[in-house]
Design a binder for this molecule. Structure first.
Ligand code: PGA
Length: 246
């Protein structure tokens, strides 16, 4: 595991964008696993900038997002469909047919989950998976649990996640309670993983992820077993890492 401590959010985002850009340059038809949330926002901005200024080319790239709220249509501004289009896809030259995000309006959720996994498999698996981390150690919407969920599945969101995400909603009661998320096995099958953590609220989760036992109670801790993980941690999120090193 490679751990990079970035001095601020700007540096975290620049380094993350360089890794994604490098992946796409070296393998134009890369399968990218993408994340939402506030952490990767500036990374996306920097990738858009590279597309505009140096022609970073996404025309052959294929994307699979980690998760989507259940019950929100793509045009809902809180949906992850909307987030991805607004912050990334509409600014680059990715082929819309190559974009995959779980359907939060699927009538048959189980079937949607199975089809999502089959589509990832058919694309050859994920080359580079970008991950944020929840304050509770979740990756995607794989919440702390007594076991790891392997494949794409329906999730009941933790109260901690609902509370954390309520900052994006005018009325906290509107935060969806359920989502579809890629599972841990799917994430672990990615050839490379890039985990991003910004802000002091993530410090505890990062410490448990990197230095404590592997447990489904801290879902991100499973990444200790992956052979190619880069973790970029902004300084305040790294405060227990530094203590650990000292
Ligand atoms: P954040 O969310 O980037 O908005 O902090 C990360 C996550 O919950 O996975």
């Amino acid at each position: 595991m490679r751990i990079i401590i970035a001095k601020d959010y700007e540096e975290l985002s620049a380094r993350a964008a360089m890794i994604v850009a490098g992946q796409v340059c070296l393998k134009p038809n890369s399968v990218l696993g993408l994340a939402t949330g506030s952490t990767p926002l500036l990374m996306y901005e920097k990738l858009v900038e590279m597309h505009r200024t140096v022609g970073l080319d996404f025309s052959e790239a294929i994307s699979f997002n980690l998760d989507e709220y259940l019950g929100l249509p793509p045009e809902d501004e809180h949906s992850y469909h909307w987030y991805m289009h607004r912050n990334f896809f509409r600014h680059i030259n990715i082929n819309p047919e190559n974009i995959h995000i779980p359907d939060g309006m699927a009538k048959d959720v189980e079937r949607e989950c199975g089809e999502y996994d089959r589509a990832i498999h058919a694309a050859g698996g994920i080359d580079l998976q970008v991950l944020g981390i929840g304050t509770n150690g979740h990756i995607g919407f794989n919440e702390p649990d007594i076991k790891f969920e392997a494949t794409t599945h329906k999730v009941k969101l933790d109260q901690e996640t609902v509370t954390a995400n309520s900052r994006f909603f005018a009325d906290p009661a509107e935060v969806p309670r359920y989502a579809i998320s890629m599972g841990i096995k799917t994430i672990m099958h990615a050839k490379r993983i890039l985990l991003l953590a910004n802000g002091e609220t993530k410090a505890g989760a990062i410490y448990k992820t990197l230095y404590r036992g592997i447990t489904p109670e801290t879902p991100a801790s499973i990444l200790q077993l992956h052979q190619d993980v880069t973790v970029i941690v902004e300084e305040s999120a790294a405060k227990y890492i530094q203590k650990n090193i000292a």
